[in-house]
Design a protein around this ligand. Structure first.
Ligand code: ADE
Length: 458
C-alpha cells in the first residue's frame, strides 16, 4: 500500500534536511524497498483503518534509510504525529529524508555527514516534539530524557551535546523533573541500546517502560545475523572493491552479528578468523569451523578486520603496530569506539583522506599503510545502504507492533525493560512465511497432548 496522499507543503512540516530537491530519487527508493516489506505493509493497511496511534506524538531516532521511511509511513498511517531524527551521523540517506518531507508529509531532522552539534540539535528537536512514545536505535533519546529528568545537565558534553543542554535549560529544574511525564514508553532497536537500558534499569534510573525490540527472535535472528552479515560485506566491497576470496578476514565478536559476518565472509571464500572474550561463543565459533585466536595473534595475519562487539577499543595501538601493510579495518558495531582511531592517529606520519570514497589511508611511522573504511562508524550504513528491506521488514514490523502493544497497555507496564510479547513474534513470522509462499506443519492433537504430558516414557 502506498499511502501517497496529497502531501502538505514542505514548509508546514518540521524539517532540517540536506536538500528537498532530492525527493524524487528518495521516493523511488522508498517504494522499491516497500516491495520487499510485506509484513509492514500488512500492518499499515490495518492501521489506516484502525488508527491505533491517533493523537500521539512520536519521536524516532533511527537510521534514516528507505526501510525506515516505510516504518515511519506506517506509524503515520496509524495516526502518529512523528518526527524522525538520525541515530548516526553517517547513515542518513538525504534523498529519503527529502522525500519523507515532500511526498509523505513526515517531519525529518537528519543530514548525512552531520557533525556532533548538528546531530544533537536534531536530538533536541526530537525532545522538543514532546513525544508520548519514542523509538531509539542506540538509546540516545532515552539517555537524554533521563539525564534531563534527573537534572544531570553536566552529563552532556559541553561542546558536542550543547544543543540538548541549551534546550533543557529553557526549563526550570522543577519543570525538568516532570518534562517527560507524558511518555508512555520507548522502543529500542539495537543490542547496544538494550545493554545501555538494562544498565540504566539495574541502577534504578529507568523511569518508563522500554520494549527491547532487538531481543525479539524476529529481530536479532534475522536482522543481526543475515542483515549485518550481508550489508557489512557489501559495505567493504563497495568501498574498496577488494576480493574477499582467499583473504584472511578477522571478525571480532561472535554474537548474532559476528556469526552473520563470519558466515557470509566464508561464503565468499575468505579464511575467517574469529576473536572473542566469551569462552562459550569462542567454542561455538571453533565448532562452526572458524579459526579462533586472540586479537594479538590475528592482528599479525589479517587482511581485513571487522569489529562487531558492542565494546570499546577492540583494535588498539599494539594491534595496529603489528598489522600487515595494506590491512583494512572497519566496524559494524553500533558506536564508533571499537577501533581506537586516536591511537592510530598518534602512530600516523601521513594521513590521506578519501583515497577512495569512505576510505582513509594512515601511513605509520614504519611506512606501513592501514586503511580505515567508513571512519570507524557502521560500515554497512556508511559505505552501503544498510540491511536489505526484506530483513528490515521483520525488524520494523516488530517495532510497529511493539509500539501498538505499549500504547494499548498504557499505564500498565512497569518502568523496566520488557520483552516483545510472543504473539507479536508469531504474527511477524507467520506473515513473513506466508509472503514467501511457505506453508508449515501444525501439531496434531495427539502431538499437542504428548508435549503437554509428562508421564509418557520411551
Ligand atoms: N540498520 C541496519 N540497516 C538498516 C536499514 N536499512 N534501515 C534502518 N536501520 C538499519
Amino acid at each position: 500500500m502506498n499511502n501517497v496522499v496529497v502531501p502538505a507543503p514542505a514548509a508546514t512540516i518540521k524539517h532540517d534536511i540536506a536538500n528537498i530537491a532530492l525527493a524524487e530519487k528518495g521516493k523511488k527508493r522508498i517504494l522499491w524497498a516497500d516491495h520487499d516489506m510485506p509484513v509492514l505493509a500488512n500492518i499499515r493497511e490495518r492501521w489506516e483503518r484502525e488508527k491505533p496511534l491517533l493523537g500521539l506524538r512520536m519521536a524516532a531516532c533511527l537510521h534514516v534509510t528507505a526501510e525506515t521511511a516505510n516504518l515511519v509511513r506506517t506509524l503515520k498511517a496509524g495516526g502518529a504525529d512523528l518526527l524522525l531524527v538520525a541515530s548516526n551521523p553517517l547513515s542518513t540517506q538525504d534523498d529519503v529524508a527529502a522525500s519523507l518531507v515532500k511526498d509523505f508529509s513526515i517531519g525529518v531532522a537528519a543530514i548525512h555527514g552531520e557533525k556532533p552539534p548538528t546531530y544533537y540539535k536534531h536530538v533536541a528537536m526530537a525532545l522538543d516534539h514532546r513525544p508520548h512514545v519514542t523509538m531509539d536505535d542506540g538509546a540516545d533519546l532515552v539517555t537524554a530524557m533521563t539525564f534531563i529528568s534527573l537534572d544531570w545537565l553536566n552529563k552532556f558534553d559541553p561542546e558536542k551535546q550543547k544543543p540538548v543542554r541549551d534546550w533543557a535549560e529553557k526549563f526550570t529544574p522543577e519543570q525538568r523533573k516532570t518534562l517527560f511525564n507524558d511518555l508512555i514508553g520507548s522502543m529500542e532497536e539495537t543490542t547496544t541500546g538494550v545493554i545501555r537500558l538494562r544498565a540504566m534499569e539495574k541502577k534504578g534510573f529507568l523511569k518508563f517502560p522500554v520494549i527491547a525490540v532487538n531481543d525479539a527472535e524476529t529481530k536479532h535472528f534475522f536482522d543481526n545475523r543475515y542483515g549485518t552479515g550481508q550489508s557489512t560485506i557489501d559495505g567493504i566491497i563497495r568501498a574498496t572493491n577488494t576480493l574477499i576470496a582467499g583473504r584472511k578476514i578477522v571478525v571480532a565478536g561472535y554474537g548474532w552479528c559476528g556469526k552473520g559476518v563470519s558466515l557470509r565472509a566464508r561464503g565468499l571464500g575468505a579464511q575467517v578468523i574469529v576473536t572473542e572474550v566469551n569462552s562459550v561463543r569462542a567454542l561455538e565459533a571453533a565448532m562452526d569451523g572458524f579459526a579462533v585466536m586472540s586479537m594479538a595473534d590475528a592482528a599479525k595475519v589479517g587482511d581485513v578486520f571487522i569489529t562487531v562487539t558492542g565494546n570499546m577499543h577492540i583494535i588498539r595501538r599494539e594491534h595496529f603496530l603489528v598489522m600487515k601493510d595494506g590491512a583494512m579495518v572497519c566496524n559494524s558495531g553500533h558506536f564508533d569506539i571499537e577501533i581506537d582511531l586516536v591511537a592510530l592517529n598518534k602512530e600516523t606520519e601521513l594521513y590521506t583522506p578519501n583515497v577512495r570514497p569512505e576510505v582513509e589511508e594512515f601511513r605509520l611511522k614504519s611506512g606501513k599503510r592501514i586503511y580505515v573504511i567508513g571512519a570507524g562508524r557502521l560500515v554497512n550504513l556508511a559505505a552501503a545502504e544498510g540491511h536489505p528491506a526484506s530483513v528490515m521488514d521483520m525488524s520494523f514490523a516488530t517495532q510497529a507492533l511493539a509500539t501498538e502493544y505499549c500504547v494499548k497497555e498504557r499505564g500498565k507496564l512497569a518502568a523496566k525493560v520488557h520483552e516483545v510479547p510472543r504473539f507479536i513474534e508469531e504474527f511477524v513470522s507467520n506473515t513473513k512465511l506466508a509472503s514467501m509462499g511457505i506453508t508449515i506443519d501444525t501439531m496434531t492433537s495427539e502431538q499437542v497432548d504428548y508435549v503437554n504430558e509428562w508421564e509418557h516414557g520411551t
